[in-house]
Design a protein around this ligand. Structure first.
Ligand code: PLP
Length: 641
C-alpha cells in the first residue's frame, strides 16, 4: 500500500483498510468509514456499468466546513476586524447536486456563489437565496449578463458585478439607472504578482481579465463623476488556479492590499477584499516536493503538489492583509475567497475496471523462443548468444548489440531472407534481454544511459474501461497528476510495472505519469490480473474541473454517476441517494445530429433487402435489427468486459 501514498494525497479522507481496500472517511478521521469496494459491489448489483463517477457528498460538505472554519479561526486568532464570506465558483463543477450540497453545508457561514457566464448566473440567481451571502459575477459581460445581475439586486441579493474591462462600468451604471436599482460594483485588479505553471497567465499586465493601475484610476474618475463611488464595494484579483508556492500567495495579498488601501484613500468605500481562487490541492501528497525526494527549487513548482496547508494559506491571507491595513491606517475589509478546486477535488473519483493487459514480450513467447533449434538461422543464433552472454559488466554492450541484431533481422525480413517465425524468435529474444537487463538494473544507481528507462518501455499496458478525454482531461492537456490506486488487493505486494491505456482509439489516451510513493514515476506498480477476477482502479480527486470539462472523444459520453452518503444510523454503512445514468449511445448520436430512429431504419432496410435476396433468414433479420437498436440504447463504454 505504501506505493500509492494514500496518506499523502488523501488529506485524511482516504486510507487503506486491513483488508487492503481503499476506504473513505467522509468526515475526516476518526469518523465513519466507507469501503469503496462495497460501493463497487452496489454498482455491480444495480447493473450500472463502469466507469462510474462516485461522489462522496459528505466529503464535499466537510471541505466547505473546513475552509469556512479555517478562516473563522484565523480571523479570531489574529484579532482581525472583518469577517469571511466565501463564494464557490460554480464553473469548477456546475452539477446541481454539487452546488446544492455546497450551499446547504455553507449556509451557517453565509457561503455564496460566483458566476462567470450568463448560464452560471441563471443557476446562481435560482439557488443563492441567502440575502447575506455574496454573489460575485466575474467574466466578460454583455447587456443581458449585467441586467441579470441587476435583477438579482432587485431581489435584495448581494450581487456584485466585478468590472473586468473598463467599458463594462459606464454600461452597468447606465443600466442601473434605467432599471432603477443601484449596482454593487467590484473592481478586478491586474496584479503583477504571478502564479506559476499552467495558470500564470491569469495575472500580470497582459492577463485576459482585470484593470491595470491606470484603468483603476480611470474607473475611480468615472465613479466620482457619476457620484456613484458609494457603489464600489469590492476589490478582486485572481493570480491563477493551483498556486503551488505559498510565497506567491503572500506576494499577491501584499500587492492587492496596497491597491485596496490606496483605493480606500481615494474615497471608494470598498468593504470586501476578494482574493480569488488558487488555494491548491496536493494531488501528489509530497507537500511541495518535486517528486525526486527534494523540495522544489525556488520558483520551480510542480503543478500537482503544493507546499502549504489550508491553515497556512488562511494565516498568510489574514496576516498580510491586516499588516498592510494597519500600516496604511485603513479599515480591515471582509475577506472573500473563491476557492473551487480545494472545495470540490476530493469528493469525487472515477471507478473503472481493468479488462486486460498488453505485455511486451510475454513470458510464453520468451519461453518458446528460449528453446534453440539446431536449424535456426544465423541471426537467431547470434541474438540468442547475446542474450545468454549478458552479464552485469557488459550491459550496455549487450543492449547495443541486441538492438543492432534486431535491426539486421528486420532488414533480412524485408528482403525476404528471414521467415515470420524466425523474426518472431529474434524479437522475443530481444524482449528477454530487455527483461533481464531491467532485472540486473533493479536497485542499482549507476545505469548505462540507453538502458535507464527500459523498464518504462517494457512496462505492461493495463487496459482500463474509461476515456481519459472525458474523465481526466487535465492529464491529457497538461500532465496534471491524479492519484490512481487499486481499490482492493493493497494487502498484496504489486508485482507488475504498468502504464494505463484507455479505450479511445487515440494513442494519447494513456496515463504514463503516476504518483509512486512520495514521488512521480512513469509506471505504476499494480497487481497481476487474475483470470476471471475483476480488478478495479480508482482515479481519485477528480471533483474539480474534470467532471465538467471532459469531452466526447470517440463518442464516449458522460459517465454513470452515483452519490453516496454515510448512513447516520450506522456509521459503517452508506446509502446511494442518487443514480444519474451516463449518456446512452443514442444521446451522443443525437448531439452529433444523427437521428437514432433514422440510423435504425437505414440498417433495417438493408437487412430487409438481404432477407428478400435470401441471404439472411427472416427471423435472423429481425434479431439483428433488434440488436442494433439495443446497442443504441446502451452505455457508451465497454460492457461485460
Ligand atoms: N475565481 C476566478 C476568477 C477564477 O478564474 C478561478 C479559476 O481559475 C477561480 C476563482 C477558482 O480557482 P480555484 O479552483 O483555483 O480555487
Amino acid at each position: 500500500a505504501q506505493h500509492y501514498n494514500v496518506p499523502g494525497w488523501g488529506a485524511g479522507y482516504f486510507s487503506v483498510s486491513d483488508k487492503g481496500h481503499l476506504v473513505v472517511h467522509p468526515h475526516g478521521q476518526p469518523g465513519p468509514t466507507i469501503d469503496i469496494m462495497d460501493v463497487v459491489e452496489d454498482i455491480r448489483e444495480r447493473n450500472l456499468g463502469f466507469p462510474c463517477v462516485v461522489r462522496f457528498q459528505d466529503v464535499l460538505r466537510a471541505r466547505v466546513k473546513a475552509i469556512n472554519e479555517a478562516f473563522g479561526k484565523g480571523l479570531v486568532e489574529q484579532g482581525y476586524g472583518g469577517k469571511y464570506f466565501g463564494v464557490y465558483p460554480v464553473k469548477v463543477n456546475q452539477m446541481r447536486e454539487v452546488v446544492e450540497e455546497i450551499l446547504d453545508a455553507g449556509a451557517p457561514y453565509h457561503y455564496g456563489l460566483e458566476a462567470g457566464s450568463k448560464g452560471e448566473l441563471l443557476i446562481v440567481l435560482g439557488h443563492n437565496t441567502d440575502p447575506e451571502a455574496l454573489t460575485v459575477c466575474n467574466g466578460y459581460k454583455d447587456e443581458e449578463f449585467l441586467r441579470l445581475a441587476l435583477l438579482g439586486r432587485k431581489l435584495g441579493r448581494k450581487v456584485i458585478v466585478v468590472i473586468e474591462k473598463l467599458s463594462e462600468l459606464p454600461h452597468l451604471l447606465r443600466l442601473g439607472d434605467e432599471m432603477g436599482v443601484e449596482p454593487l460594483i467590484g473592481l478586478r485588479s491586474k496584479l503583477t504578482t504571478r502564479g506559476t505553471g499552467k495558470w500564470e497567465g491569469s495575472s500580470g499586465d497582459f492577463a485576459k481579465f482585470g484593470l491595470t493601475v491606470p484603468e483603476l484610476i480611470h474607473a475611480v474618475r468615472i465613479l466620482k463623476e457619476q457620484k456613484k463611488e458609494h457603489c464600489a464595494r469590492l476589490l478582486h484579483f485572481h493570480v491563477g488556479s493551483q498556486l503551488t508556492d505559498i510565497r506567491v500567495v503572500k506576494d499577491a495579498i501584499n500587492e492587492g492590499a496596497r491597491v485596496y488601501a490606496k483605493l480606500r484613500k481615494m474615497g471608494l468605500p470598498i468593504e470586501y477584499f476578494d482574493v480569488g481562487g488558487g488555494l491548491g490541492v496536493d494531488y501528489v501528497g509530497s507537500h511541495g516536493g518535486n517528486g525526486n525526494g527534494n523540495n522544489a527549487a525556488p520558483g520551480v513548482t510542480i503543478a500537482s503538489t503544493v507546499n502549504y496547508t489550508l491553515e497556512e494559506y488562511v494565516g498568510d491571507v489574514v496576516y498580510n492583509l491586516q499588516r498592510v491595513c494597519q500600516n496604511e491606517q485603513v479599515p480591515e475589509p471582509h475577506i472573500v475567497s473563491e476557492s473551487g478546486r480545494a472545495v470540490t477535488a476530493h469528493h469525487s473519483c472515477v471507478v473503472m475496471n481493468v479488462f486486460g493487459h498488453i505485455e511486451i514480450g510475454s513470458q510464453e513467447q520468451i519461453t518458446a523462443a528460449s528453446v534453440a533449434d539446431p536449424n535456426e538461422s544465423k541471426v537467431v543464433r547470434e541474438m540468442r548468444e547475446i542474450v545468454t552472454g549478458l552479464t552485469p559488466r557488459n550491459k550496455a554492450e549487450a543492449y547495443h548489440d541486441a538492438v543492432a541484431k534486431k535491426e539486421e533481422a528486420l532488414q533480412m525480413f524485408k528482403l525476404g531472407l528471414l521467415g515470420l517465425e524466425e523474426r518472431a524468435m529474434v524479437e522475443s529474444l530481444f524482449w528477454k534481454l530487455c527483461r533481464d537487463l531491467v532485472a540486473l538494473n533493479r536497485g542499482k544507481k549507476r545505469l548505462p544511459r540507453d538502458t535507464r528507462d527500459l523498464g518504462d518501455k517494457i512496462a505492461d499496458q493495463y487496459m482500463a474501461n474509461f476515456s481519459l478525454f472525458q474523465s481526466a482531461p487535465d492529464h491529457w492537456a497538461f500532465d496534471q497528476l491524479f492519484p490512481i490506486v487499486p481499490l482492493h488487493r493493497m494487502d498484496e505486494p504489486p508485482t507488475r510495472d504498468c502504464t494505463i491505456v484507455d479505450i479511445t482509439c487515440d494513442s494519447d489516451g494513456k496515463i504514463d505519469r503516476f504518483i509512486e510513493g512520495e514521488g512521480v514515476d512513469e509506471t505504476l506498480s499494480l497487481h497481476a490480473l487474475e483470470p476471471g477476477q475483476p480488478y478495479y482502479l480508482g482515479l481519485m480527486l477528480t471533483g474539480a474541473y474534470q467532471d465538467v470539462m471532459g469531452d466526447m472523444h470517440n463518442l464516449f459520453g458522460r459517465v454513470n454517476e452515483i452519490h453516496v452518503f454515510v448512513d447516520d444510523e450506522d456509521p459503517e454503512d452508506f446509502y446511494i441517494e442518487e443514480v444519474i445514468p451516463g449518456d446512452r449511445i443514442e444521446q451522443v448520436l443525437s448531439r452529433m445530429q444523427y437521428g437514432p430512429g433514422d440510423l435504425a431504419r437505414r440498417v433495417k432496410n438493408a437487412l430487409d433487402q438481404k432477407v428478400k435476396d435470401g441471404a439472411i433468414r427472416p427471423k435472423e433479420g429481425v434479431q439483428l435489427a433488434d440488436f442494433f437498436e439495443q446497442v443504441m440504447r446502451g452505455y457508451t463504454y465497454l460492457a461485460g468486459v
